[in-house]
Design a protein around this ligand. Structure first.
Ligand code: PLP
Length: 303
């Protein structure tokens, strides 16, 4: 008998829009809001959950009981997958890049029931090869979720997020989103109507991302643009400038952002907006969660 389709109560209510109060935002002349996706769920907040829900549905529909994915030792994605798998009745395996190590993320994932396998960096680098998984021995028969929760299944949750944004706003909207693989950005651009313009802020230096996204977004109705941030290549450590922005956000807005994506976006956005010739009626920033990674602060400072 087929298993019943999954329902996700986490998506029964929209997450709130919080108006930013800091002087750098108020000076812009258009209200700047932040969509608190981090508040979607105590453990499953941020864009990770949006990207995962379609994978869970597809895995259930295809009869899989195990989920398999990959990431780093601080991966927000593996953290969310471990929690989501436990909550929705899947076993999970995480392929973690590098030598065996312990991080709070790995400890949480194991506590949630995830099996962790470490994959040496030389092998992990080949992960985009078609037969990479076949080369790793003794893997379970599992639904494969590409690194970061990418793949067409990610669009399911991102369409729900887009529908919330549409219902919560009027008129022209500029939506600012941090970009890693570009899955969240592309899914939102594809799902939003023409009154939205989506700015993606690239955290990693990837000169080909724009080229890869252009055909994917060819028939999108929303506008889109990619911008660089304070790239990870320039600042592998958490610089004093980024630390100060993080502290300022906490003091002015009562809010934390993750330091890999969110704070890097915030470091460049006010200036980008100030330089823009004509701001739309509303600016919305997507809070993509990842706050579990803040426990790596010491590590970032020391790296
Ligand atoms: C906190 C946070 N923000 C943004 C992103 C970037 O998302 P994407 O890889 O979909 O571009 C990630 C990665 O999933 C993330 O963990």
């Amino acid at each position: 008998m087929p298993m019943p389709a999954l329902q996700f109560p986490e998506f029964s209510q929209p997450t709130r829009l919080q108006l930013l109060q800091g002087p750098q935002w108020r000076a812009l002349g258009a209200p700047v809001w932040i969509k608190r996706e981090d508040e979607r769920d105590g453990l499953l907040g941020g864009n990770k959950w949006c990207k995962l829900m379609g994978h869970l549905q597809a895995a259930r529909a295809a009869g899989y009981t195990q989920l398999l994915s990959a990431g780093g030792a601080w991966s927000n994605h593996l953290h969310a997958l471990a929690v989501a798998g436990a909550r929705y009745g899947f076993s999970t395996t995480g392929l973690v890049r590098g030598n065996p190590c312990q991080t709070p993320m790995i400890a949480d994932a194991i506590a949630a029931g995830m099996e962790i396998r470490f994959v040496p960096r030389e092998s992990y680098r080949e992960r985009h090869h078609a037969d990479w998984l076949q080369r790793l021995t003794d893997l379970p028969q599992a639904w494969w979720i590409p690194e970061g929760g990418a793949g067409p299944e990610a669009d399911v949750g991102l369409q729900q997020l887009a529908a919330e944004l549409e219902a919560q706003t009027d008129g022209d909207v500029l939506l600012a989103v941090p970009v890693g693989t570009g899955t969240t950005f592309a899914g939102l651009v594809k799902a939003l109507p023409p009154r939205f313009s989506v700015w993606g802020f690239q955290v990693f230096h990837d000169a080909n991302l724009c080229k890869r996204l252009t055909p994917v977004l060819a028939s999108a109705r929303a506008g889109w643009q990619l911008w660089p941030t304070v790239s990870m290549r320039q600042h592998r450590t958490l610089s004093p400038e980024l630390s100060a922005i993080s502290e300022q956000l906490q003091a002015e807005e009562g809010m934390r952002l993750d330091t890999v994506y969110g704070v890097r976006l915030m470091a460049v956005l006010p200036q980008r907006l100030a330089q823009h010739y004509c701001l739309p009626a509303t600016v919305v920033i997507l809070h993509t969660g990842g706050l579990q990674g803040l426990r790596g602060h010491q590590f970032l400072r020391a790296a």
